[in-house]
Design a protein around this ligand. Structure first.
Ligand SMILES: C[S@@+](CC[C@H](N)C(=O)[O-])C[C@H]1O[C@@H](n2cnc3c(N)ncnc32)[C@H](O)[C@@H]1O
Length: 328
């Protein structure tokens, strides 16, 4: 049984929207993850005007959501129940009843694999240009192998689910890969479409199909109907002119009682990072972070410094600051 019941009129609207062969095929493909219009044209072997017309009907029935990413428009199944008015559970039920061995559906999914391989190749070409700089940057601070378990433990000391998660400045989607198994819903937001292309390929490779990627500037984001339990800002603040404003924006996007986790460098003196890695800020002090939290209606509930180990001397530590909205 669906977890959320929906009205008779609404269920008829949803079934009518899906009740046509091309639209049922589109919904089946989107159940595997987001696709652009041109992806769907390639997969279903139909013209753009036809696919666009079907997508418009699915969006009108709130079965699908559309969002722009640079010159592309991506479509996904609506996962957020408040905005889909209950369609999500019914759509899931209908898709799960489809026979995956049906020759038409199986061929669609085979072509989806080809489309994903092409995406991965494009992303690989882009990342090849920036990877070296990224890899070098990562070698300057405590290795991710030590930081990532600390993040997981801080967010979920008992291993319980952490609800709906927003990863701000998701970059190549590493935090999504790490946190998706613990999240109910997970959305990655980044202003750079090239980074999102890499993230999309990485998530395909990691078989994470329920993540949503959105191109948006944190300072100009509007996510109606979205309020997250956790917002993560991982290694982003030091690139920004106005980190305080970013923390405000993160706080606005979480529910009352929700948490904001900032992972970044503590204050350091490596001026070269400004020139070689475009850092605007040389890390942050806990006083700064606490002040920004307080101004944004957040209260710090924990803080941890993940120091480099043993012979990893000369590396910068990584700070984890976590705060709760509305906590007194
Ligand atoms: C160093 S990367 C970190 C990516 C990821 N959080 C990680 O740790 O792997 C910083 C990311 O923040 C994004 N970014 C910078 N300013 C932004 C803004 N104003 N709004 C949204 N994303 C932004 C960049 O495009 C970049 O992908």
């Amino acid at each position: 049984m669906p977890e959320l019941t929906i009205t008779l009129d609404r269920s008829v609207d949803v079934m009518r929207a899906i009740g046509e062969p091309t639209r049922a095929r589109i919904v089946n493909v989107l159940s595997e993850g987001e696709c652009s219009v041109s992806d769907l044209c390639d997969i279903l072997g139909q013209s753009q005007p036809r696919i666009s017309r079907h997508l418009r009907l699915l969006v009108e029935a709130e079965v699908c959501a559309r969002h722009r990413e640079g010159n592309y428009v991506f479509f996904s199944l609506h996962r957020s129940e408040p905005t889909s008015h209950g369609a999500g559970s019914l759509v899931h039920l209908l898709v799960s009843a489809l026979d995956r061995d049906d020759p038409v559906l199986a061929a669609d999914l085979a072509r989806l694999t080809t489309v994903r391989e092409r995406r991965a190749e494009l992303a690989h070409q882009h990342f090849a240009e920036v990877a070296e700089r990224w890899d070098r940057e990562r070698t300057l601070h405590t290795p991710d192998e030590l930081v990532e378990p600390a993040i997981v433990h801080l967010l979920s000391p008992n291993g319980h689910g952490i609800g709906d998660v927003l990863d701000i400045g998701t970059g190549t989607g590493r935090m999504i890969e790490l946190l998706a198994p613990m999240a109910n819903r997970i959305v990655g937001l980044d202003s750079n479409p090239s980074m999102l292309r890499v993230a999309r390929a990485n998530l395909d490779r990691a078989r994470i199909h329920h993540a949503e990627l959105r191109q948006s500037d944190i300072f100009a984001t509007s996510m109606p109907g979205s309020a997250f339990d956790v917002a993560v800002v991982h290694q982003v603040l030091h690139f920004l002119d106005d980190p305080a404003r970013a923390i405000h924006a993160a706080a606005d996007l979480v529910v009352d009682g929700g948490r904001v986790l900032v992972v970044d460098l503590p204050r350091h003196s490596n001026e070269a990072l400004r020139v070689e890695h475009a850092h605007r800020r040389l890390g942050f002090t806990s006083e700064q972070m606490n002040g920004w939290f307080a101004d944004a209606g957040l209260l710090q509930i924990d803080h941890q410094m993940v120091e480099p180990k043993g012979r990893q001397t000369g590396l910068i530590a990584v700070g984890l600051w976590i705060a709760r909205k509305g906590a007194t």
